[in-house]
Write a protein that binds this ligand. Structure first.
Ligand code: APR
Length: 225
């Protein structure tokens, strides 16, 4: 059976990474547009690079939680593909092997002139860090207003899914939030979030709770199918 998981910031909350919309529209004290848009980067590149340096540092200090691990273990029994809006690597560190990052990855950098020139980047990224063409590097993050290159791949995966699990997302950011509409008409959906953005119905089972308790419950139900 082919299971697709759509995850958002909430799955990493219990690992110690703050979500975006649980903190008054501020992201670690910053207006989101000033640190996560091409305009913000043009205006103050040093501030934006420093912001992501802090995020990278924090990511080096946290670990996957029980929800990431339970989803990784699902691979022992099922074909599992994770589509995450998160830029952290906690799904991979928990052991998941098929992870699509819709919004980029914190531990990668890319040329400001070529989105296909991508480098592994675990340390600080500063002004003056350039590639061999002398082009400045920027975080490999999809900022507001930028295209989401992995969207077609994600649509295809959701369309083929026999089961969809959604966890820890406010479903407010498009195009990611529109992905569920590509699931086949009868595909069961398990939705885990303490403040769920959708209601239960005959095909949607909602667990209004945290990821570390809700994901094991969703998996228990799936195993009985
Ligand atoms: N377990 C599960 N869900 C949780 C937990 C938890 N312990 N704590 C909070 N949540 C839920 C919240 O109830 C909320 O619905 O996680 C969700 C977080 O929502 P957002 O902060 O909006 O995160 P997300 O949906 O991933 O945001 C999408 O917005 O700024 C962008 O690019 C960024 O990828 C991000 C996108």
């Amino acid at each position: 059976m082919n299971i697709v998981v759509l995850s958002g910031a909430g799955i990493s909350a219990e690992s110690g990474i703050n979500t975006f919309r649980d903190s008054n529209g501020l992201w670690e004290g910053h207006d989101v547009m000033s640190v996560a848009s091409p305009q913000g980067f043009s205006k103050d590149p040093a501030l934006v690079l420093d912001f992501y340096n802090q995020r990278r540092k924090q990511l080096n200090e946290v670990s996957p939680n029980k929800a990431h691990k339970a989803l990784a273990e699902l691979e022992l029994k099922y074909t599992v593909h994770i589509i995450t809006q998160n830029v952290d690597d906690l799904h991979e560190r928990a052991g998941s092997t098929n992870v699509t990052h819709l919004h980029g990855e914190l531990f990668k950098a890319r040329s400001i002139h070529n989105e296909h020139e991508i480098y592994e980047w675990k340390k600080d990224l500063n002004l003056g860090d350039v590639n061999k063409h002398n082009h400045q590097l920027r975080p490999h993050i999809v900022w507001f207003g930028e295209a989401v290159p992995k969207m077609d791949e994600a649509i295809e995966l959701v369309h083929k899914a026999a089961i969809v699990i959604v966890v820890g997302t406010s479903m407010q950011v498009y195009p990611a939030a529109g992905l569920l509409q590509y699931a086949k008409h009868k595909t069961p959906i398990y939705f885990v979030d303490p403040k769920p953005a959708i209601d239960s119905s005959d095909r949607i089972t909602v667990f209004a709770e945290k990821a570390t308790t809700g994901i094991p419950k969703a998996i228990e139900l799936i195993e009985k199918l």
